[in-house]
Design a binder for this molecule. Structure first.
Ligand code: ATP
Ligand code: MG
Length: 592
């Protein structure tokens, strides 16, 4: 049914005004070709001024960051235009779909911050209705039961350069088709014995219109309808009709469905039912990772990662466990916007959005990942000071905490060089640094392992006049190091992550090999003897921190009463790494 434009002129004008003023009041709203279409539709009062979208995942895997783009877009449009967005599971393939996936998807969409209210639907809710639609098309002579095998159907379809051939069963009578279709439903036939096809045009330039299959026989138990059905509608027959039943106005999908749009429109036109507008946009591709449920499933099943929520995965659950916030993901989706052309977004942008958000929210603490013992010889052996430390300089409302300081500390191995290169301002023999929130110390002596020559301990002196915040704190040194008091520290395991794939485009492989050839063998590094400040005792999974000078970290769900486990969510920008890299590349030395 086309929405007839029977409105009086003046009310149309009013509507135009309404749209315009809405545009003005929402000047911060992003503008893109989809919003242009919607605003045009609002101005012509198509769909009676309604905006109703849906997010239609197939429950055959966990959601990934690409889905987040679609979720933000669909729910975002509904919110921007005072409309609605449904969550609808496109569950028409019982062999690949599971309740576990349904639950994870519901959790992920909610976690991202979106609410479908009571509008949670399943394509399988419409199986009866879809069956009736199919019967209607058979009666109208627009669908027929075909008994060619799958291979034959493929062969008859022809190619882009060759027209297809009509099936010998194409001209079965309506009665015969109705009878066979009913018996397909009743379970009389084996899988693949027959299919129901739309009768369109075997010579069409669009392969999707060469009598596409609408229903197939599949004796499989469905996660919701159980064994009620042994015929299942194909995506193309289910999707548009589900949109129509729900009164969707703008059915937004990714570009690969552009060539399906004529079919989407054909079914709705033949059935003469509410006709949403399908609009295609470019899917999100992200560098150094894959966004395909099929490939992600392979990584999980073949053990390349530890599960769908492995913190290296681009899944929503993986990102959540890694320490991502919904705000960072939503902000990322807004920044990349929507376009009509495929491109690859640099994962650095996603990480940038994350840092921006965590910078505002994460409590600063001190942790030492690769500890080196430092003994401050002139500090009293039995003394402990509780030093005041600010929790977040970006947000003073987060307050302060006490950090214990004592004679024996840990600093980062990397923060000491026995023979410091040029521009290395951190600790070295005879060199001074400030310890964050504490004193200036000077390295006096180096203790080495007799056998290996490895530096195992430093001896230092401190200047009691230089306490942070104190009257004589002003003395300048070139570096400030983080540290943890040995006696007060807690042991922790820290998991460092790097990109899952070495190449920006993991599919860039030599012939005969696949995306897994580009997996990064060093995407996970586990450090088991890290030291963290005592304030982290009792930290709960999901808690997020900035480990000073190191990056953002969150408590992993593997944490127990016995063991603290942290994930490095994302590193901080390290100017030294850049200087070192430049120096090395200038000197032509290989990178370590
Ligand atoms: P995959 O390619 O990962 O298997 P899919 O398209 O088969 O994904 P669906 O569950 O059908 O997965 O997707 C639900 C919705 O999310 C669809 O509307 C789809 O177009 C959209 N979507 C999927 N992947 C992306 C992506 N990378 N970028 C933007 N939208 C996406
Ligand atoms: Mg899909």
């Amino acid at each position: 049914m086309k929405s007839p434009n029977t409105e009086p002129e003046n009310s149309k004008k009013k509507n135009e005004k309404k749209t315009k003023s809405m545009k003005k009041t929402n000047s911060t709203r992003p503008s893109d070709f989809i919003r242009d279409i919607i605003e045009e539709d609002l101005s012509t009062n198509k769909y009676e001024g309604r905006v109703h979208t849906r997010f239609p995942p197939e429950p055959n895997g966990y959601l990934h960051i690409g889905h987040a783009k679609s979720i933000c877009l669909n729910f975002g449009l509904a919110a921007d235009y005072g409309g609605f967005c449904n969550l609808r599971f496109d569950d028409t393939n019982p062999t690949k779909e599971q309740a576990e996936y349904v639950e994870s998807i519901i959790e992920d969409v909610r976690w991202l911050g979106f609410d479908w209210e009571e509008r949670l639907f399943f394509a399988s809710d419409y199986y009866d209705k879809l069956y009736q639609y199919a019967v209607q098309l058979i009666k109208d002579g627009k669908a027929y039961v075909d008994s060619l095998s799958a291979d034959e159907i493929r062969e008859y379809r022809g190619t882009l350069t060759q027209p297809g051939r009509e099936s010998p069963h194409r001209n079965r009578s309506v009665e015969e088709n109705l009878n066979l279709f009913e018996r397909m439903r009743a379970g009389e036939f084996e899988d693949g014995a027959h299919v129901l096809r739309a009768k369109i045009d075997m010579a069409s330039g669009n392969l999707n219109l060469r009598d596409p299959v609408m229903y197939r026989i599949l004796h499989a138990t469905h996660h919701r309808t159980g064994d009620k059905w042994c015929i299942y509608p194909m995506y193309d027959f289910a999707h548009g009709q589900s949109d129509s039943i729900e009164g969707i106005t703008h059915s937004i999908c990714t570009l690969e469905f552009e060539d399906h749009r004529p079919l989407y429109d054909w079914f709705l036109d033949q059935l003469n039912i509410h006709h949403p507008q399908q609009i295609e946009f470019a899917r999100l591709n992200l560098s150094h990772t894959v966004l395909s449920k099929r490939k992600l499933l392979q990584l999980v099943e073949e053990g390349y990662v530890k599960g769908w929520d492995d913190p290296r995965m681009p899944t929503i659950s993986g990102l959540r466990r890694r320490g991502y916030t919904p705000e960072a993901i939503r902000n990322f989706c807004e920044r990349i916007g929507v376009a009509k052309r495929d491109s690859i977004v640099d994962i650095a942008l996603l990480e940038h959005c994350l840092r921006e958000d965590l910078n505002k929210k994460a409590m600063r603490v001190m942790a030492v990942l690769r500890p080196l013992r430092v003994v401050i010889d002139n500090y009293p052996e039995d003394q402990t000071e509780e030093l005041e430390a600010i929790n977040n300089p970006e947000d003073v409302s987060m307050g302060t905490r006490k950090v214990p300081f004592s004679r024996v500390l840990f600093i980062e191995q990397d923060d000491f060089r026995e023979v410091p290169p040029k521009k290395f301002f951190r600790l070295a023999p005879g060199q001074e640094v400030r310890l964050k929130h504490a004193y200036i110390i000077r390295c006096e002596r180096v203790v080495k392992d007799e056998k290996t020559g490895e530096v195992v301990e430093l001896h230092a002196s401190f200047d009691p006049e230089t306490k942070s915040g104190g009257a004589k704190a002003g003395r300048k040194v070139k570096a400030t190091l983080h540290w943890v008091s040995s006696a007060h520290s807690l042991e922790a395991e820290v998991r460092l992550y790097d990109h899952l794939f070495l190449k920006a485009n993991p599919d860039d492989v030599e012939e005969g090999s696949d995306f897994k050839a580009n997996l990064n063998p060093n995407s996970l590094e586990i450090l088991t003897s890290c030291k963290v400040e005592p304030n982290l005792a009792g930290a709960k999974p999901g808690n997020k921190y900035q480990f000073l000078r190191l990056g953002y970290f969150c408590v992993d769900s593997d944490t127990s009463d016995e063991k603290l486990v942290f994930n490095r969510t994302v590193s901080l920008y390290d100017p030294w790494a850049k200087i070192e890299k430049e120096q090395l590349s200038r000197s032509g030395a290989p990178r370590s």
